[in-house]
Design a protein around this ligand. Sequence first.
Ligand SMILES: Cc1cc2nc3c(=O)[nH]c(=O)nc-3n(C[C@H](O)[C@H](O)[C@H](O)COP(=O)(O)O)c2cc1C
Length: 201
Amino acid sequence: MFYEPKDGHGLPHNPFNALITPRPIGWISSRSPDGDDNLAPYSFFNGVAYVPPQVMFASTSAKPDQDGVKDSVANIRDTGVFCVNVVGYDMAEEMNQTSGPWAKEVDEFTDAGIEKAACTLIDCPRVAAAPANLECRLTQVVQIEGEANTVVFGEVIGVHLREDCLRDGIFDARVFQPVGRMGYRDFTRVTELFTLRRPGE
Ligand SMILES: Cc1cc2nc3c(=O)[nH]c(=O)nc-3n(C[C@H](O)[C@H](O)[C@H](O)COP(=O)(O)O)c2cc1C
């Protein structure tokens, strides 16, 4: 089949998010200027540069108690910092719980029973048990086509790696089994790897 999104797809569910899979999940922690801690998953997330290391995530709608954005975007816009927490399979349920449409004052760490730790370089909480945490400085907030579609870019200025995830100097995904977002309500987790060498290597 072929369809033009502007005309609809004619399927029972929009297939779009099943076409770009698996997507990494940026579990974004932030703190409001009033000191309310926030945690939410974003699968429109990726790394976008090595030097300096940079990441992005995209927010696709607004919350009624915010001015045209979600809590994460509002906090980051107002404070200039955020943290990306890597999601291991053992925290998949907690990650999902933090995606609820809670009021902006709700601390999702507390709601989902997630232990928090302080970031080292920025005034922001992080998921203490996450395999890795990336402390980020906001670089750009970009409005893209459509209503309330916002992309947040940040520079990674500090990296925490859980010691048990390091095997012979390699950050080994098989230890923590990163969770990926598939289409519909589906997820996947990494349990095995294969290796390819690039042409000429
Ligand atoms: C696995 C997963 C991935 C998600 N990815 C996104 C995303 O990329 N963009 C988005 O706007 N919402 C996404 N959501 C929904 C947000 O997590 C949800 O709207 C949340 O309430 C936002 O929290 P906040 O207002 O505290 O930032 C995702 C939800 C789940 C469970």
